[in-house]
Write a protein that binds this ligand. Structure first.
Ligand code: 5GP
Ligand code: MN
Length: 299
């Protein structure tokens, strides 16, 4: 899977800022095949992007964004291990401080909040391109300024970013309100077969590779399915099990605030935040859902 809006927006924002300082910047992530998720191709600074195989093997400085552990870097993990200086910029509470320098604040609404502050402290001027990346990252991780992490300073930073000529209406529409028609049809199928688990106050559904083929979709097109599912009035937790090209199911979990899905995901080999988390299941999705439900019921 490619990066989310916070990971990519944070990376491109700091990459553009450091380039203004005259640094040579390569931006990448460790997934194969390497392609920018469709929703984020509008982000400025795409020219900084390089596939992981072209990324320096032992960079003098490497900065990671929004990754809680070195394994999350995928095929770029060896590069990080060989980096002379490794700066970790993140806001996951589970971050294990794998950098030589760690800039981690679990209270930050997005990694982009830390990047914003870092750019300021470096004395680099913001511009429209940097502001577009930071705004998109914050928009993504606050769910359009709706989640509990949306504090007064988050709004203050967003206000500062809006001083630049960024098109926040276009950004919101591109990131959240644009789908292939096939997605709407897939959502109808997936929502129709959603199941309630009253024992765990959870609603869940699944998307198989066959479903994606039927509607000519890729996995990344299904990112917002969970945002519809999690509106169910009688469920505290929503879960979508999504089958990858390797056949394995990846769980996406969301909580309305009372259940800590990050803790459950971490117990099952993944991670995330208290209200948004995920992991990869080893076998049958039904068995994985039973396991989630059991852990939620006893939490
Ligand atoms: P999503 O449901 O959007 O794929 O993931 C929500 C959040 O959960 C992500 O921002 C990320 O922090 C975390 N997450 C998802 N999958 C994994 C995983 O397999 N391992 C870890 N450590 N975190 C994950
Ligand atoms: Mn984030």
């Amino acid at each position: 899977m490619g990066p989310d809006g916070d990971a990519l927006g944070s990376m491109l924002a700091l990459g553009l800022a450091l380039r203004k300082r005259g640094m040579t910047v390569n931006a990448s992530w460790g997934s194969d095949p390497f392609s920018v998720p469709k929703h984020y191709t509008f982000l400025p600074g795409q020219e900084l992007l390089k596939p992981p195989q072209d990324f320096p093997a032992a960079p003098p400085l490497m900065i990671t964004f929004d990754a809680g552990s070195i394994e999350r870097l995928g095929t770029l993990e060896p590069n990080a291990r060989k980096a002379e200086t490794l700066i970790v910029v993140d806001h996951h509470v589970s971050n294990d401080e794998f950098g030589t320098l760690n800039l981690i604040d679990p209270k930050a609404a997005a990694s982009a909040i830390l990047v914003f502050e870092l750019i300021k402290r470096l004395g680099i001027d913001l511009d429209t391109e940097i502001a577009t990346n930071l705004y998109t990252a914050i928009l993504t991780d606050t769910g359009s300024f709706k989640y509990r992490n949306t504090t007064p300073p988050v709004h203050a930073i967003a206000a500062e970013l809006l001083q630049f000529d960024i098109h926040h209406d276009d950004i919101a529409r591109t990131v959240f309100d644009t789908h292939p028609v096939g997605f709407l049809k897939l959502a109808a199928v997936a929502l129709e077969r959603a199941q309630l688990r009253d024992d765990a106050s959870m609603i869940w559904t699944w998307v198989a590779q066959d479903d994606l083929k039927r509607f000519d979709l890729e996995l990344e097109d299904t990112e917002s399915l969970i945002d519809i599912l999690r509106t169910a009035d009688t469920a505290e937790v929503a879960c979508v099990m999504k089958q990858g090209l390797d056949g394995k199911y990846k769980a996406s979990l969301r909580s309305k605030g009372n259940a800590n899905v990050g803790a459950v995901a971490q117990q099952l080999g993944g991670g995330g935040h208290a209200f948004a988390a995920g992991f990869t299941a080893n076998g049958d999705p039904h068995a994985a859902v039973d396991e989630i439900a059991r852990r939620l019921a006893t939490a």
